[in-house]
Design a protein around this ligand. Structure first.
Ligand code: 5GP
Length: 185
């Protein structure tokens, strides 16, 4: 039985952060902490939420092949540190919570990676969650909604799509997908 590289994507506001937190607690798998050039939001902790780094440092990491994947969106860079993932996979499953372009890069490099897309019940629900969250202003929310439409259009590239309507049900469904795939090997 080999350890799995699990990629969870989904539009901003779909609730994937909460899902991923519950999954890591339930399954005991490791969560990769990404690097980003975006500034921290209130309450975010460096080294835990993200590694908040400068654009110069990010470009250097790309140059040194230090990232497993990366993408630029919302005018910032986001990327997965390669060393943590490769080392941790030797003894544990690893979850990446990343957007769709990065997820597809991972699938190319690791065809055995498990790609799960978390989707909202409908766009109305996503709008309500984004406006209710209060972390972004209106133009940024619009940007995130257009991005959500793009992410949802890539659904067929994922191994599984899970609707997050009732949180516990979505977590249970993803747990089942991960476990059944693990024991099939
Ligand atoms: P936020 O700015 O709301 O924290 O994240 C914006 C988007 O960036 C989310 O869809 C999140 O999943 C994605 N993201 C976070 N870390 C990474 C990463 O390391 N690589 C990629 N490609 N996307 C990431």
């Amino acid at each position: 039985m080999t350890n799995q590289l699990i990629v969870i994507s989904g539009p901003s506001g779909v609730g994937k952060g909460t899902i991923v937190k519950l999954l890591t607690e339930k399954l005991g798998c490791a969560l990769s902490v990404s690097c980003t050039t975006r500034p921290p939001r209130t309450g975010e902790v460096d080294g835990k939420s993200y590694f908040f780094i400068t654009k110069e440092k990010f470009l250097k990491l790309i140059e040194e092949n230090g990232l497993l994947e990366y993408s630029e969106h919302f005018e910032n860079y986001y990327g997965t540190p390669r060393a943590f993932v490769e080392e941790t996979l030797r003894f544990s499953d690893v979850i990446l919570e990343i957007e769709v372009d990065g997820a597809l890069q991972v699938k190319k490099a690791y065809p055995e990676a498990l790609l799960i897309l978390v989707v909202p019940p409908d766009m109305q629900a996503l709008n309500e969650r984004l406006y209710g969250r209060g972390t972004e202003n209106a133009p940024h929310i619009q940007e995130r909604i257009s991005r959500a439409e793009y992410e949802l259009s890539k659904k067929n590239e994922y191994d599984f799509t899970v609707v997050n309507d009732v949180l516990e049900d979505a977590v249970a469904e993803i747990t089942e997908i991960i476990k059944s795939r693990k024991y099939k090997e």
